[in-house]
Write a protein that binds this ligand. Sequence first.
Ligand code: SF4
Length: 188
Amino acid sequence: MNANEMYEYVERIANLIRTSVRKTGLASGLQPVQMEALHYLSRCNRYSNTPVAVAEFLGLTKGTVSQTLGVLETNGLVKKETDSRDRRVVHLHLTHEGEDVLQSSIPPTVLNSALTVLPEGERVQMERSIERLLLSLQRANGLKTFGPCRTCVHHQHLGGAERRCGLTREMLSDGDAQKICREHLPPP
Ligand code: SF4
């Protein structure tokens, strides 16, 4: 497949998914960018739930992110917490209401139903190809990967269920291993 065809397919798929998320978001009074920020915060780890990381992940300016997070906070969907070691840093956590909004919207029904008609083998193959394409795009553009912690070069298995981040030297839980991270570094 050439880049033109790929662009057309990806663009149309992204539009369909975005339209579906927009519809469900509007039912909760949220704009697509607010849904995207909420979704990011639901799956990032404790090093990545800051306004700066949200801006990096979504490719937005600090001003836009500040407005977006303000709306989420006013609507009771996220709450702020000051970092215990650095009072200048603020962490953002989803409230139960925020989790409820996401549960009814993501993944979008349109994508779920489309995937269920594909054979399991095809879905797995497609997921791998899309993952590689995303990594390649991020590398080519010098962007952070924001990948899942378990796939990071700093992720250390210490035996049994024990895990540690080689960068921060802090222990990680099984749940942490699944989350995405701003400091994620994929294997070469
Ligand atoms: S191991 Fe990598 S992805 Fe996991 S917390 Fe550390 S830097 Fe982040």
